[in-house]
Every structure is written in C-alpha cells, then in structure tokens.
Design a protein around this ligand. Structure first.
Ligand code: ZN
Length: 426
C-alpha cells in the first residue's frame, strides 16, 4: 500500500462577512473533497502548538516526523534547493535587495524588494560587494528576482547560524541589527557573537557601496526605486539528519515546485519531482509506483490567501477540487488530504496558529459522521493530532508500525525492518 499525502498549503482559514461568515473552504463548492471526507476518518491537526503559526519549511519538517530542534535553518535548505555546494564551515542566508532611506534612526525600509530591476543590474551590484572581512569570506549568489543566497565561510568553522535577521519582515520598520541568539539557559551560542558582528559590518559596507553605485545613481535619475540595502534572514548551517527512509522504513517522494521543497527533499533523502501545475502533480503522484510515500504539494491556497481576498481563495479551492476529480477512484492507497498551516485571507496575520482539517482514507477505515471537508465539519471528526503524530499514524494505517519498545538492532525502530536489512546471527 502507498500513501498519497495531498498537501494544500495554507488551507486553513477564518470566517468573513464577505463569505456569509463562512471560511473559504466552507464556502467553496468542493464536491470531490466532500465525498472524500464522507468516507474518511477526519479531524484536526495542530501544526505545532495551538496558536503558534509556522512557516511552510518548519511545518513540513514537523509533518514528516522531524523535531524542530534539528531544523537546520531555512537558509541552508534554500541553498540545497538551488544546488549550491554545501560547506560545513559555512552558514547560508537569504539576502534580498531592498530599498531603504537613511536617517539618524537607521535604515527605514521603503520596500523589502526593489521593484522593476533587471537581473543585469543586480549582477553588477553583486560584483561590487566585499568578498572578505577578517577571517570570513562572503559569497553572494544570485537566485531569482531580487533574491540571493549569502554564504559566509570561516575556514576554521568558527561561525554560527544562531544569529537574528536584519530583514524586519513587516511593513513600516527599520533594518534590524543582527544579534547573536541566546541558547540553552540564555547562554550565547559559540561564535554567534562574532558572526553577528561581522555580518553587521558586511551589511553596512554593502550599504555604502550600493548607495554610491552607478546602477543606483542611474535609477535615482530615472525616478526608480533603489537597490541600496541587502536584507538578510533565515541563517542556517548544514547538519546531517536521519534519512526519511531510515527513520520511517518507507521510500518517499515529493512532487512540488519550489527551491524550499527541493532543498528539504535533499536534506532528508526524499526524491524530488518538480511540477508546478497541481493537476499534473496529482496525476503524476498517482502514476509513481516505486515509492511508498508520495507527498503532492500545491502552494495555491496559501498564495490566494496572501492576497487578503477571501473570494480569490474560494475560487482557488474550487479549482483544486476539480483537479482532484480522480481522488475518489484511489481505493488501493492510503490517501490523506490536509495542510501545513492556516493562512487567513482576512485580518493582518501572515500565517495563523489554528488547527487545520485532515481527512484520511483507506479501504475499510472507520469513517466518522463528517460529510464535508472544511474546518467546521472536521471539528466534529474523530482525530485530534499534532503534526508529529501524522507519520506514526501513517505507518499504523499502512500496516507497518512496530510494537513500541521492540529492539531490532542498535536503535528503537518505529517500523518492522525488512529481514534483509537486519544483521543475522550466524
Ligand atoms: Zn504563506
């Protein structure tokens, strides 16, 4: 039996007047998902803890059964996703060209992403920036739009990814000073102070060069937004993690479209298939026969919700329901429909920390009395789980879970190992 996990990113939402006090999923006509919910065990998943919103990358890390304490930072995931050669003496950050205005209070962010700028201009700016400060080297690699990956290396490994962001993320804010993050018992992480200091120095040096660069001078003359600051976030450092197939005893694939999913897949040893069209991703998932676990992802509900237009999310969900037309024909697989987090199409939050609906189907599963797939209906369903419970539940439904505490080999396995993969006494 295979598992098809259909992940509708940012699915959960809140009611709004414009939708007659219903959520977009409640309001949308989704006959295929409703039929699916009717024959499934349903309920709610808490992505992490009640009320704590997550980003896609950490939400997926948890859903696939990993601990947040092992999360290496999104920067290194993005770097993996963009096929950078990963160096263990380096940290990786997202660095984006933004438009700031300087005052005695600091650098006020007018726009976190400089608009209407050519790749050629960005590359000229990148070439002009410093490559070395003290024992640290800086390698700024262009990604897309105004975004780059910043790799900072210390030959002796005297560097830390436990540093804060300079990108203030929200509107009407100043660029933040990069600070060392405090670890256990409020102790400074090793080398985080030095790393924060050198990054602040680098950002100020870059700012001076960018402000006086011919590219920006010409843009200023033409009344265009400047690319006069590098905003950094998501510092990460590579760490080796237990591969997905060793952790869960099943071979996994991810069908998605973004460098984050490519990077996450590489990090935990799942095969990645790039597919931007959700219907094609779903049909590809149905055809992939050499995997036990297939994660089929669409970012569409999240993107629709970020426009803060509930009707746009309704339209997206109705389109997704049509894309999933064949979902009720999948009778031989374990099929799950859920999400990673809520993205409210109303209010000011970017993501929110509510539970999200889930429906799990397999032949002979015990259905509950839920007949529609949405937040309100699934509240009446049977399941109340955290993300971290999903993988054990999947193994359980697939008939692969091991009796807790049974000892095969030198670690406790959550699954019954293949006879050929255990050491035999001879
Ligand atoms: Zn989002």
């Amino acid at each position: 039996m295979r598992t098809l996990l259909i992940l509708l990113d940012g699915l959960g939402d809140r009611p709004s007047e414009i939708l007659e006090n219903k959520t977009p999923l409640e309001y949308a006509k989704t006959p295929h998902l409703d039929t699916f919910a009717k024959k499934s065990t349903t309920g709610m998943i808490t992505p992490f803890r009640n009320g704590i919103p997550l980003g896609t990358e950490t939400a997926h890390f948890l859903l696939w059964g990993y601990n947040l304490s092992d999360f290496p930072g999104r920067g290194v995931i993005e770097a993996l996703g963009e096929d950078l050669e990963i160096n263990t003496n380096s940290i990786y950050l997202r660095a984006s060209f933004g438009f700031i205005s300087k005052s005695e209070k600091g650098y006020f962010v007018l726009d976190r992403r400089t608009k209407n700028i050519f790749k050629k201009e960005i590359n000229e700016l990148i070439d002009s920036l410093p490559k070395k400060i003290g024992n640290y080297t800086f390698n700024l690699v262009y990604s897309y739009d105004v975004h780059c990956i910043l790799e900072i290396t210390n030959l002796y490994g005297e560097i830390s990814d436990k540093i804060s962001d300079s990108d203030p993320f929200y509107r009407e804010k100043h660029v933040l000073k990069v600070k060392p993050l405090n670890g256990f018992e409020n102790k400074k992480e090793l080398f985080s102070e030095e790393t924060a200091k050198v990054l602040n120095e680098y950002l100020l040096k870059c700012s001076l060069i960018l402000e006086n660069h011919v590219v920006n001078k010409e843009r200023k003359e033409n009344g265009l937004a400047l690319a006069n600051f590098l905003l950094t976030k998501w510092a990460g450092r590579y760490r080796k993690l237990e591969p997905f197939h060793e952790k869960w005893g099943i071979k996994g694939a991810v069908i998605a479209k973004s460098s984050v999913f490519k990077g996450l897949s590489k990090l935990i040893g799942m095969d990645y298939f790039e597919e931007g069209n959700f219907k094609d991703a779903f049909l590809k998932g149905i055809e992939l026969k050499n995997y036990d676990f297939i994660h089929i992802h669409t970012k569409e509900p999240d993107e629709a919700a970020h426009t803060k237009n509930p009707i746009s999310k309704v339209n997206t969900l109705e389109k997704i329901d049509l894309d999933l037309e064949k979902i009720n024909e999948l009778t031989e697989d374990l099929v799950i429909v859920t999400s990673d987090h809520s993205t409210p199409s109303v209010g000011t939050l970017i993501h929110s920390g509510e539970e999200i609906p889930v429906a799990i189907y397999k032949k002979n599963i015990l259905p509950d009395e839920v007949y529609e797939f949405n937040e309100k209906s699934c509240y009446r369903g049977h399941l109340r789980i955290n993300s971290e419970n999903l993988m054990p539940l999947i193994l359980n439904y697939m008939g692969l879970s091991n009796i807790s505490g049974t000892r095969f080999g030198n670690k406790l396995l959550k699954y019954v190992p293949d006879n050929n993969k255990t050491d035999h006494l001879k």
